[in-house]
Every structure is written in C-alpha cells, then in structure tokens.
Design a protein around this ligand. Structure first.
Ligand SMILES: *Cc1c(COP(=O)(O)O)cnc(C)c1O
Length: 223
C-alpha cells in the first residue's frame, strides 16, 4: 500500500509548529520509513525492541527514534544506544533501571511517564497516586541520568467523542498539576497523546506530541 503522503502533508499543516508528529512505523518495512523520511519526517515511533534494533541501523542516523511500546526492564540497555525518547515508562522499577543503565553511558535519557486514562484494564500506565509517588521519588532520590520530559497516555478505544475528550482533559490537568512536582531543570514540557483516530481532539486538549501510524503508513496487519 505504501505511505499516505497526502495525509502526511495535511496533518503537518494542521499541527503547525508547536506539536511534534511521531510517525508510528511498527510492523512497516524500512522502505516505507525511508519514503516518509525522504518527505521530511524525522521522528519515528516503534513498539517492539527487536524490530527497532533491526530497522534503525538500516536507516539514516539523524532519525529520532521514539520507543512507544511497553518496555521490559531487561530490554532497557538494548535500546538506550538507539532511542531519543521513551514514552511508556509505567513503573518506578523501570525508571530506576533506565537511570542505572544510563549512568553507564553517561548520557541522560529522556522519558515520559505513562498514565492510565482509558477504560480498558489491558492498557498500561500509572494512576494518579502512583504518578505522584514516582515524581516524588525522582526528586528525593535525585535520579540524575533520567530526564522526566512529561506524560504520555492512550485514550479508550472508542468513537465516543465526549469520553475521549474527558480522558484527554484529565491527562492534561494531571500534566499541569504535576509540573511543580517535576524535578528541576524545566524538562517537563511534553504531553504525548493522540493517535490516528483521535488526534484532532488531542490537539484541542493540549497535546504537544502525536503518535500517528495508520493514517501515515496505511492499516497494519494484526500482529
Ligand atoms: C500503534 C500505536 C500508535 C499509533 O496508532 P494508529 O492508530 O495507527 O495511529 C500510537 N501509540 C501507541 C502507543 C501505539 O502502540
């Protein structure tokens, strides 16, 4: 099917300059990523460690890779050399492991904390209490090798606009109220929310980063 270049151009126009588009390329071939790269895209998102590690070396080095999937602690050190931003940090244990591995490389790692906003229990993420706990621990323990750059969330799989707005709004409010809890350094700036089906609502509710796959690359085969 190939890339959807008209969608790409239209979305870029809708975004303006204050929102970052992360092109989610999971399950898609390197040739499709290359085509979107040639059209100007530099931020790409992958969900699976093995897939990311296979694709990244075959593509230009100035691509900024976002890890947006569920990350297991034993895989952290594999992706650190490749990844620019880890979106799905959903436990203190994982954050500590990232901090530990990053200490060895000497380069701080940018992370987003994933918050559970959807109705589905199957989705990952911290609840509000856990989120505040994590932020507090980062401050008191001084984790110098991770930078908490903001929050990430996935809304419910639903076409109910009012439900989606409610969930995005809840995440946005949490983002605002957590700013003062975030560690010093002013890195807490990013709110990663919005996918192919709900990105317009997410922008209206204050998203700074969209993760869009199927609108750019076409529908995926079930994995
Ligand atoms: C797959 C995925 C996306 C992109 O989904 P589309 O509906 O194809 O835009 C965004 N975020 C996460 C976390 C994903 O796993």
């Amino acid at each position: 099917m190939g890339i959807q270049i008209d969608n790409y151009r239209r979305i870029l126009e809708e975004l303006g300059t204050s929102v970052t588009l992360v092109a989610v390329s999971k399950t898609k071939p390197v040739s499709d990523i290359r085509a979107l790269y040639d059209a100007g895209q530099r931020d790409f998102g992958e969900n699976y460690v093995q897939e990311l590690l296979e694709k990244a070396p075959q593509l230009p080095a100035d691509i900024r890779w976002h890890f947006i999937g569920h990350l297991q602690t034993n895989k952290v050190k594999l992706i650190l050399p490749v990844v620019q931003l880890i979106h799905g940090v959903d436990s203190l244990k994982l954050l500590k492991e990232i901090n530990k591995q990053a200490a060895k490389t000497g380069k701080p790692v940018d992370c987003l904390l994933q918050v559970h906003i959807a109705q589905e229990e199957t989705k990952f993420g911290l609840d509000e209490t856990e989120l505040r706990e994590v932020l507090k621990t980062v401050r008191t323990e001084g984790m110098d090798h991770v930078r908490i750059c903001g929050l990430m969330g996935m809304a419910s799989f639903s076409t109910d606009t009012s439900l989606l707005v409610k969930e995005f709004r809840q995440l946005r409010q949490l983002f605002d109220s957590c700013k003062e809890l975030a560690p010093a350094g002013n890195h807490f700036q990013q709110l990663s929310m919005g996918m192919s089906s709900d990105y317009r609502l997410a922008i209206e509710e204050g998203s700074t980063m969209l993760r869009i796959g199927s609108l750019l690359f076409g529908e995926r085969e079930q994995k």
